[in-house]
Design a protein around this ligand. Structure first.
Ligand SMILES: Cc1ncc(COP(=O)(O)O)c(C=O)c1O
Length: 388
């Protein structure tokens, strides 16, 4: 049997590898604390669950959904964007529900990239965007996200050749994995760059609702003129603890939204309607729980940082996203340090290299771990002397 070259070239998905290692350890009876995947441990809000339970017994919801979702869901998304960011969207043209942002991010490359084209990607990046470009036959061009630049790319240093061959640019703020932030002045620069090169700007804004210390992340669409060139991804996964339900959205430029719709309508049949009803309940219902939930993450952040710092893992305290992005002590690669934590303390962290070459030298810890597991990890890390 022969498999495609595409498959041969595809690395194993980062978190599949991590899950395999965890399963091995657990099978041996070890108590593993995992800061690996950014998968909220806290439950989906009750009113959202109730909306789903009610909708699941309605026969109309047992049938195929439309790829572009229920009009009520598109309206709820537009309503949420207006309430949260003051951005008005046309729910019939500028909103596309997704089966989670992951598929939207990966499929978008099929709409904008041909074989041999270049996709500009802030590196390190969420792994699905590398895979999407590869599936489309494109060449990713890594724009380094360096600590000294606040983990934002220096757009003036993108070589002219790469910029000329580029057919899309992917950015993500608040950033996974670095927890880097972007304000409107950076978005303005990015939009100007995309306009100058006439390329779609794909902005992944999945973490705007996970923020601390009073910080309020922006949507790129708040910027006048961004809609001429940009599409923004969002997810209900992190905002409403809904990773298991699979629902997100792409919004913004109508032509770009329609291009993604065309790809998706040939591939999938949309989000199950009872889950769309959960999305409507989440987006239109009370939002006060977000502050309580963020306070929990903030507490975990503040417990973990000092003990990590004592081990020589340097980082700034994140103001948004689910992640601590810690520089590993000198003399270790990110993979070596992650392996040591797993072997010696049964603690899982993600090696930064898995997010791109500029992730080397860092490990990522997701704060989606129960408070008791955070305490357990703090105990294990306190006084730990790495062997090797
Ligand atoms: C930047 C980014 N985009 C998209 C996703 C995926 O979101 P969803 O669960 O909606 O597919 C993630 C998940 O970790 C992410 O970090």
């Amino acid at each position: 049997m022969r498999f495609s070259q595409r498959l041969e070239k595809l690395p194993p998905y980062l978190f599949v590898e991590i899950s395999r290692k965890i399963a091995e350890k657990r099978a041996k009876g070890e108590d593993v604390v995992t800061f690996g995947v950014g998968d909220p441990d806290l439950p989906t809000p009750q009113h959202v669950l109730e909306a789903g339970a009610e909708a699941s017994s309605v026969p109309a919801n047992h049938r195929y959904p439309e790829t572009d979702g229920l009009p009520e869901l598109r309206r709820a998304i537009a309503g949420w964007y207006e309430g949260r960011f003051g951005v008005r969207l046309d729910p019939s043209k500028e909103v596309l529900p997704l089966i989670g942002a992951k598929e939207g991010v990966a499929h978008a490359a099929l709409a904008f990239v041909d074989p041999g084209d270049v996709a500009l990607i802030g590196d390190p990046a969420y792994p699905a965007c590398w895979a999407g470009v590869m599936f489309a036959g494109g060449e990713p061009y890594s724009m380094p996200l360096l600590e000294e630049n606040g983990f934002r790319p220096d757009l003036t240093s993108v070589p002219r050749q790469a910029a000329e061959k580029a057919t899309m640019m992917y950015l993500n703020y608040p950033n996974n994995p670095t927890a880097g932030l972007a304000e409107l002045d950076f978005f303005e620069e990015a939009v100007a760059f995309a306009k100058r090169h006439d390329i779609p700007l794909l902005h992944d804004a999945c973490y705007t609702e996970v923020a601390f210390d009073g910080y309020r992340p922006h949507s790129i669409l708040e910027l006048p003129g961004a809609r001429d060139i940009a599409i923004e991804f969002h997810s209900l996964s992190k905002t409403y603890n809904m990773t298991g339900w699979r629902i997100g959205m792409a919004v913004g430029n109508a032509q770009l939204v329609n291009a993604l719709f065309k790809i998706k309508s040939n591939l999938d049949s949309g989000i199950p309607q009872s889950i769309q009803q959960m999305g409507i309940a989440a987006l239109s219902g009370p939002q006060d729980y977000l502050a309580q939930r963020n306070a929990i993450y903030q507490r975990r952040r503040d417990k973990l940082i000092p003990v990590l710092a004592r081990l020589g893992l340097r980082m700034s305290s994140p103001k948004a996203s689910l992640y601590l992005w810690a520089r590993v002590p000198q003399g270790y690669t990110s993979g070596q340090y992650a392996t040591m934590l797993l072997d010696q303390l049964s603690i899982v962290v993600s090696p930064g290299r898995g997010f791109g070459k500029y992730g080397e030298g860092y490990v990522r810890l997701s704060m989606t771990v129960s408070d008791s597991d955070v305490d357990k990890a703090v105990e294990r890390l306190r006084g730990w002397k790495p062997k090797g």
